[in-house]
Design a binder for this molecule. Structure first.
Ligand code: C5P
Length: 246
């Protein structure tokens, strides 16, 4: 293993475990190592397998991003965040459109944890077109709304946002250097684009200001997932960027 694949906490790649059940997810997880990546569990896998699966990943020393995008009244969201923190997750997220009070309450509730998980905001879902966000009642372009909601998330005590790598540069310009940008829609040059349209390579996303890259199928659907993960880590290390990882 070369240097690109030795340094644990520095791993920028979060592998998206988009599986319907624990058995298929664990088949992939058993091929990976906590020193090389973090893991993201979303609504499908969590709904199927619940907290026991998260505990299993934490027991294996993986850092887990619980991607459940909470959105509810402040007390309900803060209580759900506290339960997720008890599970030992490393990162979780809420919708920024839940508003300042919701984000502040969640952030304050997490502050009492000795290993406080990172709290990330979802701004505008990248699946929404300008016409669709206008229909919901937001005026302006998706990018203007992403920046507005990202600023609200930052001033409400959140640690960062999820955004498209194509939004990383403009968001980075408006927000502080240590505000985390977590970007899906990343495709190494050797991988298929699948159904992702607005994509960037790992290097370009990090150069644009991303801190963590959510990558699914280029690793999960690969014949040799570990090899692809290591190739991506090598590409990242070759950049020689001083990345902020909290
Ligand atoms: O397989 P792929 O790399 O496309 O997976 C990307 C992951 O990031 C999936 O879990 C997907 O749900 C998530 N995601 C995304 N685009 C967004 C937000 C989340 O692809 N805008």
């Amino acid at each position: 293993m070369n240097d690109a694949n030795k340094n644990s906490d520095d791993a920028s790649v979060i592998v998206a475990l988009d599986y319907p059940d624990a058995k298929s997810a664990m088949t992939l997880v058993d091929k990976l190592e906590p020193s090389l990546c973090k893991l993201k569990v979303g609504k499908e896998l969590f709904t199927a397998e619940g907290p026991a699966f998260i505990r299993d990943l934490v027991k294996k020393d993986f850092k887990v991003f619980l991607d459940l995008k909470f959105h509810d009244i402040p007390n309900t969201v803060a209580s759900a965040c506290a339960v997720a923190a008890d599970l030992g997750v490393w990162m979780m997220n809420v919708h920024a459109s839940g508003g300042r009070k919701m984000m502040e309450t969640a952030s304050n509730r997490l502050a009492s944890f000795s290993h406080r998980p990172l709290l990330i905001g979802v701004t505008i879902l990248t699946s929404l077109s300008e016409q669709e966000i206008n229909e919901i009642g937001y005026s302006g372009t998706p990018e203007e709304n992403v920046i507005r909601l990202a600023s609200l998330a930052e001033s409400s005590g959140l640690d960062g946002i999820v955004c498209s790598p194509l939004e990383a540069s403009p968001v980075r310009r408006e927000l502080s250097d240590n505000f985390l940008l977590v970007t899906p829609g990343v495709r190494p040059s050797f991988a298929s684009t699948d159904d992702q349209k607005r994509i960037m390579t790992p290097s370009d996303a990090l150069k644009a200001g991303a801190n963590y890259l959510v990558i699914g199928r280029p690793i999960t659907a690969a014949e040799d997932p570990l090899k692809n993960l290591m190739l991506i880590n090598e590409e990242i290390t070759a950049l020689n960027l001083s990345l902020i990882h909290i």
